[in-house]
Write a protein that binds this ligand. Structure first.
Ligand code: ATP
Length: 235
């Protein structure tokens, strides 16, 4: 579904990605793990067209997307839940969800999906008229994820959904990630520093170091890999 071929991305003279190749098939949950500054967020930015690659190719459903604008890429069905959540703080929960559906005009479908989000996250139903900025960190993450799902993405990109959240909320978010994947066959590319949880929910994973992919394998094998255990699982 998504293929990165030898992607090299720069910020001015700084090369953040040094020949990154990643393959994601439809229906998979793939995780990208790595230390601070490894290039994980830059990988997502390159896919979304916010920081386009200088060389290499990115194909979505067989078509090149690395020269398209971020808007166009969203309209193809790639949606990102950015790090730090970034919901609209002055809009209510309901308005935030509506914003997620801005490319759609099927009113009944949108209404149905909002109800579905409230089933996935009952706390958001209780808070539907509350301003997004007044929600707790965990609730904002739930809202950011729901807002992205309102676009009915084929590929969902998630940047560090566990960042700064209490362990119980993190587990809840990861359960929902698994549910979204199995219920609606949404393909998920998950960037995480919490390698343990990310590998438990993913089918396969990639390890990134200094802008390069150094390892890729099934999630089970990565969890059992001695180098991964030492470097990323704290074992
Ligand atoms: P973290 O887990 O800390 O978010 P990361 O793996 O997501 O790290 P990136 O944010 O992709 O890493 O950063 C990769 C490299 O690119 C780092 O060396 C970083 O300093 C550099 N970098 C990121 N954003 C910029 C920018 N806007 N300008 C210049 N350099 C940047």
């Amino acid at each position: 579904m998504l293929k990165l071929k030898n992607v090299e991305t720069f910020y001015g003279n700084i090369q953040a990605l040094k020949g990154v190749s990643i393959d994601i098939s439809e229906g998979e949950i793939i995780t990208l793990i790595g230390a601070n500054g490894a290039g994980k967020t830059t990988t997502l930015m390159s896919i979304c067209g916010i920081v386009p690659p200088r060389t290499g190719e990115i194909l979505f459903l067989g078509e090149p997307i690395h020269q398209l604008s971020p808007n166009k890429i969203v309209s193809l069905g790639i949606c990102q839940v950015p790090e730090g959540r970034r919901i609209f703080p002055y809009l209510t929960v309901l308005e935030n969800l509506d914003m997620g559906a801005f490319l759609r005009n099927d009113k009944a479908g949108i209404k149905h999906d909002i109800e579905h989000m409230f089933e996935l996250f009952p706390i958001l139903a209780e808070r539907r008229h509350q301003a997004g900025g007044t929600l707790s960190g965990g609730e904002q993450q739930m809202l950011a994820l729901s807002r992205a799902l309102m676009a009915r993405p084929r590929l969902l990109l998630m940047d560090e959904p566990s960042l700064g959240l209490a362990p119980l909320v993190v587990r809840q978010i990861f359960e929902i990630i698994r549910k979204i994947n199995t219920e609606s066959n949404t393909t998920i590319f998950l960037v995480e520093q919490n390698a343990n949880l990310a590998l438990k929910v993913a089918h396969r994973g990639y390890v990134m170091e200094n802008g390069r992919i150094t390892l890729s394998d099934s999630a089970d094998r990565l969890l059992a890999n001695e180098d991964v255990k030492r470097a990323y699982l704290g074992l």
